[in-house]
Ligand binder design. Structure first.
Ligand SMILES: [Zn+2]
Length: 253
């Protein structure tokens, strides 16, 4: 028989109120991936859990297995991310980071590196005071979220012909899945232009660690451009996922 109680680290992604005093929480964990859990009575002022299940919190939870949802019995903050809640720019990014991982992942599949990416991204948003440098972390997060979800954009070999890419690369194709060499680029009408600075930044972020990304200070224009390219790649993935869900629903009648 499975143990009734278990513990897990978690980041709280989303909350919704249920009934008089309960809440459902969507959390991301290292070993269970994304799961939805129930926090009973948490909205009562006397609840010992009140204030320990804030959005974006990095926490260690004790959970009891339940019939529909597992139920929180204890929460101990690991990293409270206080600064992250104190200004609008940081809060907006924290929402974005949470929403993106929520949309990109299925429930219940283990992905330890993805949990580490989420945790380290929240910690960086919390710690970095300069807005531009936080934007670099967001680009890092988007790129590695794609990679860890199985959609690594091609940045070192042409997404079409697999030839090694050099400094003359100037097209990025969200549909083909990454950068295109100068021979393939002109044949893809929907490929986006890409500057050498943006290409270099993407490659650096793809190869480096989050600490490498924290040390960078690229120009605002280059950051914006890489943002447009990665976001186009993310949209492509989300649309494909959405279509496959619709298709599966059709098949199942
Ligand atoms: Zn090519």
């Amino acid at each position: 028989m499975r143990d009734r109680l278990y513990t897990t680290e978690a980041i709280i992604l989303r909350r919704s109120d249920v009934g008089e005093a309960d809440r459902l929480l969507t959390i991301y964990t290292p070993h269970y991936g994304k799961i939805t859990i129930s926090a009973r009575g948490v909205r009562k002022t006397m609840s010992k859990l009140a204030g320990h299940l804030e959005l974006f919190l990095h926490t260690r939870l004790q959970l009891a297995r339940g019939r529909t949802f597992d139920v929180v019995t204890e929460s101990r903050a690991v990293q409270p991310f206080r600064q992250l809640r104190e200004d609008l720019d940081r809060i907006s990014w924290a929402y974005y980071v949470s929403e993106l991982i929520d949309k990109m992942t299925e429930s219940g599949s283990e992905n330890v590196p993805l949990f580490a990416l989420l945790r380290d991204t929240m910690a960086a948003i919390d710690a970095i005071d300069e807005a531009l440098r936080r934007d670099v972390i967001i680009r890092f997060y988007e790129l590695h979220l794609l990679t860890l979800s199985g959609y690594r954009p091609h940045l070192f070999h042409c997404a079409q012909c697999e030839r090694e890419l050099g400094q003359d690369t100037d097209r990025f194709s969200p549909i083909t899945g990454g950068a295109l060499c100068p021979r393939c680029g002109p044949h893809e009408a929907l490929a986006l232009p890409m500057s050498l600075a943006a290409f270099k930044l993407l490659r650096y972020l793809a190869r480096g660690s989050i600490d490498d990304a924290r040390a960078l200070a690229p120009s605002a224009a280059t950051l914006q451009e890489t943002g447009r390219l990665i976001n186009a790649a993310i949209r492509q993935v989300l649309e494909r996922e959405l279509k496959s869900v619709v298709f599966l629903d059709l098949l199942r009648g």
